[in-house]
Structures are given as structure tokens and as C-alpha cells.
Design a protein around this ligand. Structure first.
Ligand SMILES: [Zn+2]
Ligand SMILES: [Zn+2]
Length: 364
């Protein structure tokens, strides 16, 4: 089978090879899925560039890719998922958890201390076939879910998890960073009836994408601000004005220290802040910690992975109820052999999401 392999510890096309590999054989408790569509994620960019942040997690060679959907090809021995049958349209949670650590036993599998990520620690989905534990398989609905959306449920799950901290209906929601997950957060906020959605980013191109999306949806309550604008104080004042003194729910997607501090500054007393963006270098300085965090009595929630499987359930219901995120796909390729073209486009921020169809677009 064709697969995208991180073959050498180098940046770019000299470190990644698209080549023929053996088709995986599902072992006990595992299934084999024929990949119909797979999506690029920021993590894949780090792998492509061999960034220091992922080097220690990977043993090469490794097939990467962790966002995908496809059809069940084969069910391995001793697999007790009697609800699964060959041909089923499925995706999978690619965080494989141990099931016996303290967190797993307390229903917090998303923070399992022994998590293995397929597409990083194990072989992933940029391939014609991928093998996953049967317990991680999610059955999908053909009617409500086109392949191009089924391809990035992993990332949409991060957005759903980030918004899961609070009921968004009627609330003011701030999204700092309008990348793919920020864009999906905006779609969820609109779908869930948020009163006001405010987007900040440092790229005018991203802000324009946000405005065009809102216009296409006839969503009038979107306000987009350039956080790097001449006068950050005026942005702050405008947001406090729009929200009657503060944001109810802030979704921090950028990892930029200025954006994290900005979110803490404009969140209302008693508000919620979901933190997903990773600051470069892992550390950052919090301004006015006493005032902005303690005395405001806010709730901070770090977002990692997807709650197993409450986030998946909520995500699939939202999609069934009409949540529209297909518009984030801005690049599609009919073959894994186009991988370099796709990742270049993604790297240049010309597409929020890029999808590959390993067997071609019209083949299921
Ligand atoms: Zn991802
Ligand atoms: Zn565990």
C-alpha cells in the first residue's frame, strides 16, 4: 500500500517519503480500516519539519497522520465489538489509552498517563490502510457526514472539547487565533446560538476568512479584530463595549503569550477560559495574575485531546443537527503522492484544512 513515511530525521521532502509499505495485519482486538480521507494537522507540520517539539516522541521510520475516516476492511481476532462489520463507515480516536491508570479508571481517559498517539508513537493514517484498536473505532453516519468532514473529526473534537466548558447559547465568546481549530470553534459557537462571537488574530487574511464565513452564514454578531493593530487598548475597549464589560467564554487557540494574557484580561468575572494553544518554549508570563485570574474567579480549562467518548458523542450530534464545518477544507488531493504539494499549501496558510484521498476522491 502507498503510505507517507517519516523516513529520516530531516526537515521537508528529504525526511519524508511516499512509498509502498506492507499492509498492516490486525492483531487481537484490532481492526483494519481502508482510509477514504485523511487530513493534515499542525502536528503533521511539526513532523514534516522535524521540529524539536516532536523529535523525542517518534521512532523512525513511521507512517504519520492521525485525522481520517474510512471503511472497515477487516476485524482482527478476539475483538468484542459486535456492532462492527466490514464496510462500516468509521473514524477512530487515535489516542490509545491504557484503561488502567488512575485517570482512565476515573473516566478521564483523555488525560491517560500512558497515552500512545497513532501517527506519532505508532503508525498512522496517511496510508491506504490503518490498523487501530477496535475500542477506538467510531461509527459514522453516511447521511450527515461527507468524507471531507469525516476526515478531520480529531481536530473538530479538539474544538468541541474546548467549547464543552460551558453552554454557549446567548453568551459572548472570544476566539483568539483563527486557524483551523479556531475556525471550527467559531462554527460551533454560531451553531450553538452564541450571542456574540469575537475573533482576534494577527493575520488580516485570517480575519478576512472569518468575516467572509460570517457573511456567508448571515451571522451578524461576528466581530474580528487584528490583535497586532496599532492600538491594542482600543481593541480591548471595543470588546468590553460589545460584551457589556467582559467575555463569558474565551477560547485560546493561538498559544501566543500576548493572546493568552489578552483573553485573561477581557474575560468577565466568573468567566471561562479554554486553553488549547501551545506557547513556543512551553513557559509564559501571566500579567495581573491576582486581578485577572484570582479576583475574577474565572475557570481555566486546559484542552487536550477529546473526552472519551463524551466529546465524540457531542460532536456527532452537533453534525447531525447541521453544524457546518466543511468550509474549512480548502485543499483536496486525490493521491498521497501529492503529499508535498498539500503540506506546502497548508504550511503557507493557504488552506485551513487539507485533505488527501488515498484511493481517489470517488472511491469509497
Ligand atoms: Zn491533529
Ligand atoms: Zn490510562
Amino acid at each position: 500500500m502507498r503510505a507517507v513515511v517519516k523516513s529520516a530525521p530531516r526537515d521537508g521532502s528529504t525526511g519524508t517519503t511516499v512509498k509502498d509499505c506492507d499492509r498492516p495485519v490486525p492483531g487481537p482486538g484490532e481492526v483494519l480500516i481502508k482510509v477514504a480521507a485523511a487530513a493534515l494537522c499542525g502536528t503533521d507540520k511539526h513532523i514534516w519539519h522535524w521540529d524539536p517539539s516532536i523529535r523525542r516522541s517518534m521512532q523512525l521510520p513511521r507512517i504519520y497522520g492521525h485525522e481520517f475516516c474510512g471503511h472497515l476492511e477487516e476485524i482482527g481476532p478476539h475483538t468484542d465489538r459486535t456492532d462492527l462489520a466490514p464496510g462500516d463507515y468509521v473514524s477512530a480516536e487515535m489516542h490509545v489509552v491504557c484503561g488502567h491508570c488512575r485517570q482512565c479508571r476515573n473516566g478521564q481517559g483523555h488525560v491517560c498517563s500512558n497515552t500512545r498517539v497513532l501517527g506519532l508513537h505508532g503508525d498512522g493514517a496517511f496510508a491506504e490502510y490503518v490498523k487501530v484498536p477496535a475500542t477506538n473505532v467510531i461509527k459514522l453516519d453516511r447521511e450527515s457526514l461527507p468524507l471531507k468532514v469525516g476526515a478531520f473529526l480529531d481536530a473538530l473534537g479538539n474544538a468541541v472539547h474546548a467549547t464543552q466548558v460551558s453552554d454557549l447559547a446567548g453568551k459572548s465568546v472570544l476566539i483568539t487565533g483563527f486557524g483551523p481549530i479556531g475556525a471550527m470553534c467559531a462554527a460551533i459557537a454560531e451553531h450553538c446560538g452564541a450571542g456574540t462571537v469575537i475573533v482576534t488574530d494577527v493575520s488580516d487574511h485570517s480575519l478576512e476568512t472569518a468575516r467572509r464565513w460570517a457573511a456567508a452564514k448571515s451571522f451578524r454578531n461576528l466581530h474580528a479584530f487584528n490583535a497586532a493593530a496599532s492600538d491594542p487598548k482600543s481593541v480591548r475597549e471595543a470588546i468590553l463595549d460589545l460584551t457589556d464589560g467582559g467575555i463569558d467564554v474565551a477560547l485560546e487557540m493561538s498559544g501566543a503569550p500576548a493572546a493568552i494574557n489578552f483573553a485573561l484580561d477581557v474575560v468577565a468575572m466568573g468567566g471561562f477560559v479554554s486553553l488549547l494553544g501551545l506557547p513556543a518554549g512551553h513557559s509564559l508570563q501571566i500579567d495581573d495574575y491576582t486581578t485577572n485570574v484570582i479576583l475574577k474567579g474565572i475557570t481555566l480549562q486546559g484542552i487536550t485531546g477529546r473526552r472519551m467518548y463524551a466529546t465524540w458523542e457531542r460532536m456527532l450530534s452537533l453534525l447531525k443537527a447541521g453544524l457546518d464545518v466543511a468550509w474549512v477544507v480548502q485543499g483536496e488531493y486525490d493521491s498521497l503522492d501529492d503529499f508535498e504539494q498539500g503540506i506546502d499549501k497548508f504550511d503557507r496558510h493557504e488552506a485551513l484544512k487539507v485533505i488527501f484521498y488515498p484511493h481517489g476522491r470517488n472511491v469509497s
